[in-house]
Ligand binder design. Structure first.
Ligand code: T5A
Length: 229
């Protein structure tokens, strides 16, 4: 049976799926594979990313990944990510979900919790205030957290970059990336209803199969209007 026949299309609001994980964990690769699978199932979906995803937020992306935000300090850098998210949510994510379009987002608010909260020591008070302003009650219906050993992720990122310079976060030391991995594992453990931790060290197709299983278990099985045959 083909994909189109195996997934019943839900009406109403679209589903919001975020992908999280450390550098080179394979988020972009998996989002692309999932988008293809959803398209085959005739589900309307957009792929977007953070920081960025809207014209205004892409300008801020350029600023933060250049390392400019680091010069301003962790709180101000968090404000930059928040400003980008505010624009992205208002102009891209919310309108798409309201029209019944699924949104596949490469990083979302868990990235701020992990990078700026756990690693940047930005206080929960600041993070919560920013979250209230930028996303309110919006949260992903499902968050896929791709987990790979730090060396694997950094080697993948370096191989893809080739002779190019590492960005603001890729250039942090190995302890930073280990703490990051721990932070994501903790986020997954604290919110098992929303988050699925997936071992992403296998081949892209094997990881994609686990991602699909997570959708089936967390989205299709839960919905009365969308279920695998
Ligand atoms: N950030 C972001 C914050 O600090 N706070 C925030 O609130 C937000 C939203 C964004 C940076 O901003 C920070 C976090 C980030 O450091 P980015 O340029 O968007 O930076 O980069 P990342 O999101 O970190 O993503 P990467 O580009 O590093 O990697 P991906 O998307 O995880 O991985 P992908 O798919 O591009 O794969 C990397 C390479 O590995 C290969 C791919 O072909 C590619 O070459 N690969 C595999 N190889 C073997 N087996 C597999 N299973 C593979 N999967 C992929």
């Amino acid at each position: 049976m083909g994909e189109a026949a195996s997934v019943k299309r839900p009406g109403g609001r679209g589903k919001f799926i975020s992908f999280e994980g450390g550098e080179g964990s394979g988020k972009s690769t998996q989002i692309k594979l999932l988008a293809e699978r959803l398209a085959a199932a005739k589900l309307r979906a957009i792929v977007t990313r953070e920081p960025g995803g809207s014209p205004g937020a892409e300008i801020i992306r350029h600023l933060v990944l250049s390392g400019m935000g680091r010069l301003l300090g962790p709180d101000a850098e968090t404000l930059l990510f928040a400003a980008a998210r505010d624009d992205h949510v208002r102009t891209v994510i919310q309108p798409a979900l309201s029209q019944g379009t699924w949104v596949l987002c490469d990083r979302f608010s868990d990235s701020t919790r992990a990078y700026q909260g756990r690693l940047g020591n930005v206080s929960p008070g600041v993070l919560n205030a920013m979250q209230r302003v930028t996303i309110g009650d919006l949260k992903p219906d499902l968050t896929i957290i791709l987990d790979v050993p730090v060396e694997v992720g950094l080697n993948r990122a370096a191989a893809r970059r080739g002779a190019g310079e590492p960005d603001r976060f890729e250039s942090e030391d190995i302890n930073f990336h280990q703490d990051l991995r721990d932070a994501y594992r903790q986020i997954a453990a604290e919110d098992p209803e929303r988050c699925v931790l997936i071992d992403a060290s296998a081949s892209p197709d094997a990881v994609a199969a686990q991602v699909w299983t997570a959708l089936r278990d967390h989205l299709f099985a839960a919905a009365t209007t969308a279920s695998p045959a």
